[in-house]
Design a protein. Structure first.
Length: 482
């Protein structure tokens, strides 16, 4: 990210009139603390397969007879897109056994013992609620460097490297320190405020570009018995999908960079205070769907698609994930966060978009060349179009939409990226510090605040303490924006 001047104090006073609740409480969270142990060093397991001969048709030197095992997170994107790409792999290497395909939502539970035993699969879609901590995996040298993949010729144009076919920012997201690439983010996710155009039309309303307009629309909806917002209360780390770009819009990229860098007092920035108090106002005025703190991501999305709430913070996987309950005339859309006021440092349109669905190759994988070749196949135009058609999400391949009929949600994502231009932010906490982001900032911090059990001031103090502790924790590797 770039940087801007720090946000000034003027213009933020409007939020100061918000009343604050003093009640405190706790809600449960599926713990992620065990993930650190899955990245502990181990030297067990079978040896790597012998590398094959490097040729024009086989630039990575895949062993043409070796087995390949792929584990896919079976979440919002399902698994069929991966199965289809695996078929392409077997067509390319007919002497190899059929790709062993495993789909699960229990990534850490199933793979922790295998990492500890030195016998991990070859390729992993490390996503979902049980996502393994990427920062820990990189810090403990448990991942293979994907630079050979990035420097390999692309499937569609042998004169162009794979790295040159990726959307902006995708390669950089896979880097932590230095030039090595540890993660291949396959989806290109647009995060933001999701809504139904049909629902807004019924209220004779447009998406609100300012917070005053947002509150006015929520008040109008409330009179009709419709909540303004809902969110996955059991997994409140979804809230940052709209809250973080809101903070960035108010205070500039520099605020988000300082938060990512775990700098002292980063969470005490006036932009954070303004954003927290704005969201807290949604709770105070009764604009949050009743019962939201007890909802899972699926339940909150279902209430939203049923028309019980106008807005939900989410990523572009939601269209596919919520498809079973989405009415045909829903007209699903995504928009950037509303602005706070005229003092915002970044324009309306500022949005969070970045690589999603992280694929990794364990350093102890038996067939790393096969795993990287599988990713090379997935990064072809054919596989990218198949992914977009199936799951209604953009891929990391920079293109792959020509000739496709895009849904309203996917078109809205494309339009949002066009509107944002250079004003795309990419907070890295969820990549660098999973426990801090999910358990502490998400559940213990934002979850408590949005349920009315902690004030914004109390929440900021708590989150800053979590961030300070993470900064001082020598057992974890620390990362900074370069």
């Amino acid at each position: 990210m770039g940087s801007t001047s720090a946000h000034k104090n003027e213009g933020l006073g409007r939020r100061d009139v918000i009343k604050r609740s003093a009640a405190l409480g706790l809600i449960g969270v599926p713990t992620m603390s065990f993930l650190a142990s899955c990245a502990s060093g181990s030297s067990g397991g079978d040896a790597k397969v012998e590398k094959g001969k490097v040729t024009k048709e086989n630039p990575l030197g895949v062993n043409e007879t070796a087995p390949l095992e792929v584990v896919i997170f079976n979440g919002g994107f399902g698994e069929q897109y991966a199965i289809d790409a695996e078929k392409k792999y077997n067509e390319a290497f007919p002497k190899a056994p059929k790709v062993k395909h495993v789909a699960t939502q229990k990534i850490a539970t199933q793979l922790q013992p295998r990492f500890n035993g030195g016998n991990p699969p070859d390729l992993i879609d490390n996503s979902g609620a049980e996502q393994m901590d990427m920062g820990v995996l990189v810090g403990k040298k448990q991942l293979a460097d994907l630079t050979p993949l990035m420097d390999a010729p692309s499937i569609d144009d042998p004169n162009k490297k794979v790295r040159d076919t990726l959307r902006p920012g995708v390669l950089e997201m896979g880097q932590f320190d230095g030039e090595q690439v540890w993660i291949m983010y396959y989806a290109y996710t647009v995060y933001g405020v999701w809504y139904s155009q049909t629902a807004l039309e019924k209220l004779d309303a447009e998406y609100p570009e300012t917070w005053d307009d947002m509150l006015a629309l929520c008040a109008k909806a409330k009179k009709k018995g419709i909540a303004g917002w809902t969110y996955p209360g059991k997994y409140p780390y979804y809230l940052p999908f709209s809250l973080y770009p809101f903070i960035g819009k108010i205070g500039g990229r520099e605020v988000l960079d300082k938060i990512d860098n775990l700098e002292p007092n980063a969470w005490k920035d006036p932009a954070v205070k303004a954003a927290f108090e704005a969201y807290y106002e949604l709770y105070q005025k009764g604009y949050i769907l009743q019962g939201t703190p007890g909802l899972t991501h699926i339940q909150s999305q279902t209430e939203w698609t049923k028309g019980k709430a106008l807005f939900i913070p989410n990523g572009s996987w939601v269209e596919n994930e919520a498809a079973p309950t989405t009415p045909e005339d829903f007209k699903m859309m995504v928009a950037p966060p509303s602005g706070l006021d005229a003092s915002d440092k970044m324009p309306f349109g500022t949005i969070w978009a970045s690589g999603g669905e992280p694929f990794v190759v364990p350093s102890q994988a038996k067939n790393p060349e096969g795993a990287m070749e599988q990713l090379r196949i997935m990064l072809s135009e054919e596989s990218s179009k198949n992914f977009t058609q199936q799951v209604k999400s953009l891929s990391a391949f920079n293109g792959g939409t020509d000739g496709l009929s895009l849904s309203t949600a996917l078109q809205a994502g494309v339009d949002a990226l066009k509107l944002a231009g250079d004003n795309v932010v990419n907070p890295r906490l969820q990549d660098w510090y999973v426990k801090l982001q999910k358990e502490q900032i998400g559940v213990a911090g934002l979850g408590e605040m949005m349920a009315g059990r902690a004030t914004p001031a109390e929440t900021i103090k708590k989150i800053q303490a979590f961030a300070d502790a993470a900064a001082k924790d020598q057992s974890i590797k620390h990362y900074k924006h370069q």
